[in-house]
Design a protein around this ligand. Structure first.
Ligand code: ATP
Ligand code: MG
Length: 378
């Protein structure tokens, strides 16, 4: 009590800061549509952006319900039902809204319960973001496909002659005079470099892989051990695991490859900038309500498992951000730029999503993956 009073007195003595703006003013100014629905899906509040989105003024909308805007079978009603039933946030990365007063538009939707009022839900819609995110997924897939084609050609047309060149250089090495030996070694080393590159492209091939229940914590532990005994020796690893996490539906070796590529990037970024002490956090968690449309069907895939790799390096360079997942994009002198392209391909083959957040001192790659039960129910 004394503490509370003390605090109040000290606050009162300070020069009075500008009063914070009323929250409805802030909501009104938000450039994203925000809609509050009551338990019967009547529109309780819409901000300016939602007025434009719905093509109705707030006053007009107050007389209307969601059913006046959307067809009765629109998936948004199901999302609202889930928010109310579970009392948690539910998100959908790609939902088509269409109905009597709305032309068809794809949005990313987030719904959250309003605890103060039974059954009320606040909806936030993102229009362009979803489209852009989806575009990105598609371009990443496209890029991975073209790399897959190239990998097949390289394996076929380059690898075989390359081993001939390498063998010939080795023979020369043994027989030429001392002054020419250096050239023979150069040929052998360069042939090895090309072979390594071709080898790194091989996983892009479209081979079928076996999938099943994968314990993601074992995958993370395996990668941590590999990293600590090799390229990430001086870096401190912290594990923030949710031990109750169910298994991922996927392929163990491919998931090792994904985490390894992320941890390697994190370690390289820390080392390059000489950050002391370097730290990599491996994080797992369960997240309700993230769903992704399954390509070519109306089904929704739930992606409740979150696996994140976070580092305290300098962050991702601004100029490569838009192309981060494209193949051959690298800022490293010896980098091939295939690490993240492969991450994107494998995660997309798993039906999952990758998100990145990066600022100096904190870069986080977040994977959202399907869990095994969910998959078998589909
Ligand atoms: N954790 C990170 N912090 C800062 N930059 C990063 C991070 N992860 C990736 N990057 C940037 O993204 C680029 C592309 O990464 P990617 O793994 O695809 O290729 P690479 O690491 O350069 O080469 P490779 O993985 O083929 O050896 C990197 O060169 C780097 O600039
Ligand atoms: Mg890399």
């Amino acid at each position: 009590m004394r503490n509370l009073l003390g605090t109040a007195v000290r606050l009162a003595e300070r020069p009075c800061p500008a009063a914070p703006p009323d929250s409805t003013i802030v909501l009104a100014a938000l450039p994203v549509p925000v809609i509050v629905l009551d338990a019967t899906n009547r529109l309780r509040f819409i901000n300016h952006a939602a007025e434009q989105f719905l093509g109705a003024s707030a006053a007009a909308a107050a007389q209307l319900g969601l059913a006046d805007f959307l067809a009765a079978d629109n998936p948004l009603f199901l999302l609202l039902h889930q928010v109310r039933q579970h009392g948690t946030r539910v998100a959908d990365h790609d939902m088509a809204l269409e109905g009597p007063r709305l032309r068809r538009i794809s949005v990313a939707v987030q719904g959250a319960p309003l605890p103060e009022e039974a059954g009320a839900v606040v909806l936030v819609l993102h229009d362009a973001t979803a489209a852009r995110a989806l575009d990105r997924q598609l371009t990443v897939r496209g890029a991975a496909r073209s790399v897959a084609g190239m990998a097949a050609i390289l394996a076929h047309e380059v690898k075989n002659p390359l081993s001939g060149i390498r063998g010939a250089a080795q023979l020369l090495e043994a027989s030429v005079a001392e002054r020419d030996r250096e050239l023979a070694v150069l040929i052998r080393d360069e042939a090895d470099r090309i072979r390594d590159l071709v080898d790194r492209m091989e996983p892009f091939g479209e081979r079928p892989v076996a999938t099943g229940a994968v314990n993601i914590h074992r995958v993370l532990e395996h990668v941590r051990r590999l990293a600590q005994s090799g390229f990430a020796g001086p870096i401190r690893f912290t594990e923030l695991y949710d031990p109750s996490l169910p298994p991922v539906h996927g392929n163990r070796d491919q998931l090792v490859q994904v985490v390894l590529n992320l941890v390697k990037n994190a370690a390289e970024s820390i080392a390059q900038a000489g950050v002391q002490p370097g730290e990599i956090q491996l994080i797992t968690g369960f997240q309700h309500g993230v769903r992704l449309a399954v390509t070519g069907s109306d089904a929704r895939r739930h992606l409740p498992l979150v696996v994140a790799v976070r580092d305290n390096g300098p962050g991702i360079a601004d100029d490569i951000r838009p192309h981060l997942f494209d193949p051959f994009v690298s800022t490293k002198p010896a980098g091939s730029g295939l690490g993240l392209a492969l991450v994107a391909k494998i995660v997309s083959d798993h039906g999952g999503l990758v998100e990145v957040e990066s600022r100096p001192g904190r870069t986080e790659f977040r994977l959202m993956l399907p869990m095994v039960d969910e998959e078998s129910r589909e």
